[in-house]
Design a protein around this ligand. Sequence first.
Ligand code: HEC
Ligand code: HEC
Length: 304
Amino acid sequence: MKNYKWLAAISIMMTAIIIYSCKTKFNTAKAGYKATSTPRAFERGKVLVYSICAGCHYNRSVNKFIGNKIDDVPEIIGSVYSANLTRSKSHGIPPHYSDAELRYLLKTGVARDGRFIPYMLRPNMAEEDLNDIIVYLRSDDPAVAAADTTVGITHYNMIGKTFMNTTAKPLPYIKGVKRPSENNPVALGAYLVDNIGCFHCHSKSLIAINYLHPDQTKGYMAGGMKLKGENGVSIVASNITPDKNTGIGNYTQAQFLKAIKDGEAPDRKLHPPMPKFQKLSDNEVDAIYAYILSIPPQDNAVKK
Ligand code: HEC
Ligand code: HEC
């Protein structure tokens, strides 16, 4: 009996070693690229960074992008902190990245040093939006002004490393993506749901996210994922498909706008981690609404 236990232990270790030794360094950006700064790029970049990156990188205790502890990563894989995105030379990350490397990180998930980081993988992001995000991160805005501080250092244990290398992989850089026009609200809405990452929280599970084809994600937009809310309280993300009984099929356009920008649903105040997307324009939120009405309703009752 004892021998069998040893055998089992050894085979588990061997498997872990084999998986762990999978490729962990990837090719990084080569092409030279310089973002083009204009006042309009700055304004749009600010909207994008507040809508896409803030949920993880904006620290509300100081109102700056100095990073946070990411509570929704299970303790069993280690502890994860998002990076300081300010212009601090000592603690900020962007000052040590070239524009090409930043763009490459967002599109492929590959960091400057060749590590794979899945959290901000945005393979379908448009070139102009990448440009504007970089312009904002390099700007004089107070929220990205140098803050020489760190909230913590990410540490993955062996389980974590194995897990990170098996659940998702870097994606090839998809060139030439354009942002859909406001004259095509359904396409623009789909683009925003993808790039803001609404579906990351509102689908089945964080490890089942399909970054390349969002609508192929398991339980796409049908909710049910348990997340950590204020003070670590667990909170379930809503079904936001247009199902009339269990989703948001009864929302009017005006109610949707209020929920997304002010965090007020028709029946209740919404709680974190549901963000308040205050910087999105009404047109952008209306586009998301138009897109949501176009996807198939899913009957999935979620506890509020
Ligand atoms: C879902 C959470 C999440 C979102 C959204 C997010 N990030 Fe991150 N980001 C992280 C985490 C976590 C790390 C640190 C990962 C690590 O240390 O392994 C990180 C690290 C980084 C780094 C440092 C990479 C390095 O070499 O260490 C940069 C730069 C960055 N993020 C930029 C962005 C930008 C720009 C956006 C918005 C377009 C964004 N992130 C959105 C979670 C997120
Ligand atoms: C970080 C995770 C997260 C992200 C990102 C996120 N949500 Fe949510 N959302 C939640 C959670 C959790 C709730 C439930 C809040 C509550 O019940 O108080 C919620 C609730 C909602 C509701 C209320 C539905 C109801 O129950 O009546 C709507 C609408 C909604 N989200 C839409 C969106 C849209 C659109 C986006 C992207 C623009 C988005 N969410 C991004 C986590 C998230």
